[in-house]
Design a binder for this molecule. Structure first.
Ligand SMILES: [Fe+2]
Length: 507
């Protein structure tokens, strides 16, 4: 039994939703739309679009959705008032998704709303064949000098109840945006998995601990590509997107619309195998986004974010990548700099301890004033002390595809920073926030510092806080030179908090 729900609602920035659920992941437009509109498989959601640097009147937002095949003339009206004022046509590309062996063609629709002012509430209305389907609003990126709040977590969507609790508590924080740390969806990053596990949770119609939350219709969601977004294996067991097994692989590149300022031709793009026609269909749907969206950067308020592909097919020693990173970090005049990648360089868990290749970038981050590095992959929360790391050589960092990518070196730890009395860290703050929903790793490590050391790392106590017995999310609040980070668990309880302050950069 499904209740007709085409009534006014105010949750999550959508004030009207006239698409009624027919079943899980299937929605019907009102019969008044003539000709009758195709069924929706993904409700309208917003995405940050290609904007990187902050430029007033050049801001954009993407409104996207997905339908089954059918006749449709979609338009999005938008503007800074509920009277809209401008309209944009939707473009579409087809993709075949697979469920239970059956192929299903789905149309991926996207509309770019451009020429927007920074830091302003905008209204939008999605219409199909003249009938209003959804009305909502969003706020564009804040310019420099404005307070911002964002939520970060990774390793999140497999349809579990914990995914929904994290979505709900993210929503309760009222974030400007979400910065996901990868493994957006399990197990294989397919379009069908996004439709089943991702959109119903983060774009639920109602908010609840066991439901999820209406986030994606008003809150931009940035993310990075990670291992479960690729997942296939080649003959050597190395990660590769396998289009023979998964027709709809690499949905990261088709569901997301993120900044396109990364290397046009990365040295180590996401590898693919399988029938040529399936790969060609994927490329047609992804367009410019593949392979470019693997690495990108953007600004938000007083913060700069550099998002990197850390999958095991990449080599962070690559000079071209390092040049791009150095240029990007040199150019920004933001007060705060965050680097986000999935595989944590410093992590004391058992599951992925040896995947350390990203350590070779630490000296670059230290030299260019990076404040935070956010990662996931380990399904728990780990906060390191401010640290500097001098690799003693490349170690196994260039052993492409391998699980053992250990990089030995020397740690310099700031033990005096406590985030309360001393709020000025000497070193980079590495945070693992991979407790976003998927089953937890090493619950017994919680509050057990004796387990937070590795002989390989000379038993250096770089982790100062670890919570692995519950799911959690990170909340960052930035107000000029003052930053507060709070770790909130899946019941809404605060489990860690610290403050970082700094003087403004003079150059
Ligand atoms: Fe992972």
């Amino acid at each position: 039994m499904f209740t007709r729900r085409d009534f006014l609602r105010s949750a999550g920035g959508v004030t009207l939703l006239a698409l009624r659920p027919l079943g899980r992941g299937l929605f019907a437009a009102p019969a008044a739309a003539a000709p009758r509109l195709p069924l929706f498989t993904v409700l309208p959601y917003i995405q940050p679009g290609s904007g990187s640097v902050l430029t007033d009147n050049a801001e954009s937002m993407v409104i996207a959705w997905q339908t089954l095949p059918g006749m449709a003339d979609f338009t999005v009206d938008f503007g800074a008032s509920p009277r809209y004022g401008r309209a944009a046509a939707a473009s579409r590309v087809d993709r075949t998704a697979v469920r239970g062996g059956d192929g299903q063609t789905r149309l991926n629709w996207a509309t770019v709303l451009d020429g927007l002012r920074l830091g302003q509430k905008h209204f939008y209305r999605v219409r199909g064949n003249g009938t209003t389907l959804a009305e909502g609003y969003f706020t564009t990126r804040q310019p420099r000098g404005q307070k911002i709040r964002f939520v970060s977590f990774g390793d999140n969507s497999y349809g579990d109840i914990s995914d929904r609790a994290i979505a709900f508590h993210t929503y309760r924080q009222n974030p400007d945006f979400v910065m996901n740390c990868g493994d957006n969806v399990y197990e294989s990053g397919t379009d069908d998995e996004y439709q089943r596990y991702f959109f119903p949770v983060y774009n639920a119609d109602l908010a609840g601990e066991r439901v999820g939350a209406p986030l994606l219709r008003s809150v931009p969601f940035y993310t990075v590509i990670a291992n479960h977004d690729v997942q296939g294996k080649d003959a050597r067991g190395h990660e590769i997107a396998n289009f023979m097994l998964n027709t709809d692989a690499l949905a990261y590149y088709t569901a997301m619309h993120l900044p396109l300022n990364g290397p046009t031709a990365p040295t180590y793009p996401t590898p693919m195998m399988g029938p040529d026609d399936r790969i060609a269909a994927f490329r047609a749907c992804a367009g410019d986004r593949f392979p470019r969206m693997a690495n990108y950067s953007f600004d938000y308020g007083d913060a700069h974010f550099l998002c990197l592909d850390s999958n095991r097919y990449t080599d962070p020693n690559d000079p071209a990548l390092q040049r791009w990173i150095a240029d990007d970090l040199s150019r920004t005049d933001a007060i705060w700099t965050f680097v986000v990648y999935h595989h944590p360089a410093y992590n004391v868990g058992r599951e992925h301890y040896t995947v350390q290749h990203m350590r070779v970038l630490s000296p670059l981050f230290e030299a260019r004033g990076v404040d935070f590095v956010l990662s996931g992959h380990e399904h728990n929360y780990q906060r390191a002390r401010p640290l500097r790391f001098a690799p003693s050589g490349p170690g196994r960092s260039a052993a492409l595809g391998e699980a053992d990518r250990r990089v030995p070196g020397t740690f310099t730890i700031d033990r005096s920073f406590d985030g309360v009395a001393n709020t000025r860290p000497d070193g980079v703050l590495y945070i693992v926030t991979g407790a976003g929903g998927k089953h937890l790793y090493e619950p017994e490590f919680t509050d057990n510092p004796a387990s937070w050391i590795h002989a390989d790392d000379g038993n250096v106590e770089y982790v100062t806080k670890m919570v692995s017995d519950r799911h959690s999310l990170s909340v960052f609040e930035i107000d000029g030179t003052h930053l507060a980070m709070t770790q909130v668990d899946e019941t809404g309880r605060e489990i860690d908090r610290f403050v970082v302050t700094k003087g403004r950069r003079t150059s």
